[in-house]
Design a protein around this ligand. Structure first.
Ligand SMILES: Nc1ncnc2c1ncn2[C@@H]1O[C@H](COP(=O)(O)OP(=O)(O)O)[C@@H](O)[C@H]1O
Ligand SMILES: [Mg+2]
Length: 384
């Protein structure tokens, strides 16, 4: 559930209240680890993982009740969650950790705050390094308001990233209205995320479902009809994204302007959220409110990047006021170009290919390069 941030969202399963309280106290005065909840009953863990989407699970191996700690770990692994687990025990009851148990570290009580943080950081780093998708980057394109350019930006950004030499997938996360289907005039019969098997998806399944756009990117489409959106679960999204990460260098997700479980699943699976803003008061207001939600979820500030679209709009709110309202200067900017953008959209082609020399196309190329800057050594690898 790759939150890329340094903050670790932890779920604790501990029925000894003194231990739970000790851990709460350790975590009180810091923000590297966010304790999402403490469960005393191992049977509730799977549901709470679905609900709270932690980055890490810590279980007391000596848990009393219907399930002991190791059984909890076993169930989590069987349910298919790719979640590192730390087991707590006492020196008298050492745990032999076997491969495939899902337990990446054992922490012996009593432990200091230093031991505790070290174990968590190490487990998190190891887990990240060991996952085959560690090198790929996933970005959601979101806005707190409709019609500000999400779909246009997601499509053109994906194509611009592909132009840098990366293998790119674009995901139509606007599950109800399937904006990319409409934009690219994809036939209704073209397969969507719903055609991915729900269990054990293989890379070959993915290849059959992806729509190959002439612009050089592959697209995972949304279902063709509104009512089908409900059939896509958060779990499906998570699985699809983890598979896409294995096959593509970069994944861009177009999202709707709503916040629901599906959209949160897209955000959770993303390394960054590119939030589109326009220089008008409604969008800025909604963006601020959304910022509070992101904060409540526990996303670090760096996960959200602001892209000011139509930055040069006539009568738009001035940049200084925008920066004050957003709490910072937008990370990226795109100019307004009604003629090129609308015409290209009407033809279902990316404006960055229709007129690569246009100011807006150059701007998009710069955004693509800046976004992928930390991954530039990958470009060489990608081209090999
Ligand atoms: N930078 C821009 N300059 C001119 N028109 C734009 C720009 N960005 C978006 N548009 C236009 O705005 C409209 C809404 O864009 P769209 O990408 O569908 O928004 P959303 O997905 O946020 O609803 C489209 O008609 C698109 O052509
Ligand atoms: Mg859209």
């Amino acid at each position: 559930m790759g939150s890329p941030s340094s903050q670790i969202r932890l779920l604790l399963v501990e029925d000894v209240s003194q231990v739970a309280q000790y851990i709460r106290n350790l975590l009180n005065a810091q923000d590297q680890v966010k304790l999402l909840d403490v469960l005393t009953d191992g049977r509730k863990v799977i549901d709470q993982i679905r609900e709270l989407r932690p980055d890490m699970l810590m279980v007391d191996a000596l848990l009393q009740g219907k399930l002991n700690g190791l059984e909890v770990a076993e169930r989590v692994r069987q349910a298919g969650f790719d979640l590192p687990i730390i087991a707590l025990t006492v020196p008298q009851k050492p745990i032999k950790v076997g491969p495939g148990m899902g337990i990446v570290k054992v922490l012996s009580m009593p432990f200091s705050g230093f031991d505790f943080m070290n174990a968590l950081q190490a487990a998190s780093a190891e887990h990240r390094a060991s996952s085959p998708d560690a090198l790929s980057r996933v970005f959601s394109v979101f806005a707190a308001k409709g019609g500000v350019g999400k779909t246009t930006v997601a499509f053109n950004l994906a194509v611009s990233v592909a132009q840098l030499g990366f293998r790119v997938a674009l995901v139509d996360g606007s599950l109800q209205f399937a904006d990319l289907r409409t934009l690219l005039r994809v036939p209704e019969s073209a397969p969507s995320i719903l055609q991915l098997p729900t269990d054990r998806i293989a890379e070959s399944d993915l290849q059959e479902v992806m729509w190959r756009d002439p612009s050089g990117i592959d697209i995972l489409l949304a279902p063709p009809r509104i009512e089908m959106a409900e059939m896509v679960t958060s779990r499906d999204i998570e699985k699809a994204l983890s598979l896409l990460r294995r096959v593509y260098h970069v994944v861009i997700i177009d999202t709707p302007s709503t916040v629901n479980d599906a959209v949160l699943a897209f955000f959770d699976s993303s390394d960054g959220v590119i939030q589109i803003v326009t220089p008008d008061s409604t969008t800025l207001h909604n963006t601020r409110v959304m910022g509070q939600t992101f904060q409540a979820i526990g996303y670090p500030l760096e996960k959200i990047r602001f892209l000011m679209n139509r930055a040069d709009s006539l009568g738009g709110i001035d940049p200084k006021t925008v920066a004050v309202q957003l709490g910072r200067v937008p990370d990226f900017q795109l100019v307004s170009d009604g003629r090129l953008v609308v015409e290209a959209n009407n033809q279902g082609i990316p404006f960055v290919l229709a007129d690569p020399a246009a100011v807006i196309s150059q701007g998009m190329a710069r955004i693509a390069a800046a976004l992928l800057a930390p991954s530039v050594p990958m470009v060489a690898a990608a081209r090999r």
